[in-house]
Ligand binder design. Structure first.
Ligand code: COI
Length: 353
């Protein structure tokens, strides 16, 4: 497919000061339409609003999927993407689940590289910043009939970002959710789709009212096994071993989760993917073997958990401070992403190659 490039002749002023997360957007976006049974009309054009009919079915039935990945300006000047193939493969998996047509991953990667090249001045270079990339697919049929759409848009937008949490890299307070559930096996928990996030907001608001940043979800059936945190996978270091919930269909197969598992193995740290109950975490806390807990995610990277609230219990982990392993993992991963540390896993992709 041909990629049309229509450059904007009105470039925006870049943001100054703290970026926060997801508040600013670059000059261009990638758009491709699905109509008459195929993806077509791929173009890079000026970033701007879309004209949508109020009946557009994504508004009503949430047939949509999305991804999150990042671009970095490397120390040697290269512009690097981090494992984009994993994100596009996962987006296609989400698309299959949501009945959205899959796309050619190589073509979309090529288009993303072109987009990032055009807007590369938007990649921030301050410490702990990056260019967040948000690809997403929306169903665009104009109907309030609840059925699979025949028309879609695939869009990629770019946002210069700082840290996801206001705490930055400092530990966050997480509340174990005992009232609501996020997903069940057979549902859409493994897919990156807006509905998973919409249904988490009530719990997140309730947790925020109690002074917590986010919730830790338990499984939807027994309400016993740890699943994931609102926007991150979760890992516990217990007695020298890192344990993370296994992928059994209801949690997201995080790219950062996978990367951290590889980095841990490479560091010689034992890492196990298995079911872990909240009782086991509490038991480890009581007997002093819960050494660290942290979330992993593209937006958050590594987010140490300083406090875990569960019913009337409050577990303060590692004195509420960032643990040495969390710090090392953050430095290693961001070091690879920014080309400061040798990329022995071959994860980074140079947009100019
Ligand atoms: C990401 O980590 O990229 C995510 O998609 C989480 C998002 C809700 C900010």
């Amino acid at each position: 497919m041909e990629l049309k490039i229509i450059k904007s002749n009105e470039l925006k002023k870049k943001p100054e000061g703290a970026l926060g997360f997801g508040k600013y957007f670059s000059d261009h976006m990638f758009v491709m339409d699905y109509q008459d049974g195929k993806w077509q009309n791929a173009r890079i054009e000026k970033y701007g609003p879309l004209l949508m009919d109020p009946s557009m079915c994504t508004f009503h039935y949430a047939q949509e999927t999305f991804e999150g990945l990042k671009a970095y300006k490397a120390v040697d000047g290269r512009t690097l993407l981090f494992r984009p193939n994993k994100n596009f493969a996962r987006l296609n998996k989400s698309n299959e689940r949501l009945c959205i047509p899959t796309f050619d991953e190589d073509f979309v990667l090529y288009a993303l590289k072109e987009l990032v090249k055009i807007d590369r001045d938007w990649i921030p270079t301050e410490p702990n910043t990056s260019l967040y990339i948000r690809p997403f697919c929306i169903a665009t049929d104009e109907t309030v009939g609840a059925h699979t759409s025949h028309n879609y848009k695939f869009i990629i937008i770019l946002s210069p970002v700082g840290t996801y949490y206001k705490e930055g890299l400092n530990p966050v307070k997480i509340m174990v959710e005992t009232n609501y559930v996020r997903a069940v096996k057979g549902g859409v928990g493994f897919a990156k789709t807006g509905g998973n996030y919409a249904s988490s907001l009530r719990a997140q608001e309730d947790a925020a009212a109690k002074g917590y940043s986010q919730v830790l979800w338990l499984d939807g059936v027994e309400r016993k096994y740890v699943e994931e945190v609102g926007t991150m996978n979760v890992m516990f270091k217990i007695n020298g071993e890192v344990i993370t919930p296994s992928l059994e269909g209801s949690i997201l197969a995080g790219v950062t989760r996978d990367s951290i598992i590889h980095v841990l193995k490479d560091m010689g740290v034992k890492v196990t993917e298995r079911k872990i109950s909240i009782d086991e975490v509490y038991e480890a806390y009581l007997n002093g073997t819960l050494e660290e807990a942290f979330g992993t995610g593209t937006a958050a990277v590594i987010s140490p958990i300083g406090v875990l609230g569960w019913k009337d219990k409050v577990m303060t982990i590692n004195n509420g401070e960032t643990g040495p392993l969390s710090k090392k993992l953050y430095e290693t991963l961001t070091g690879i992403q920014k080309g400061e540390i040798e990329d022995k896993f071959n994860w980074t992709v140079d947009v100019d190659k």
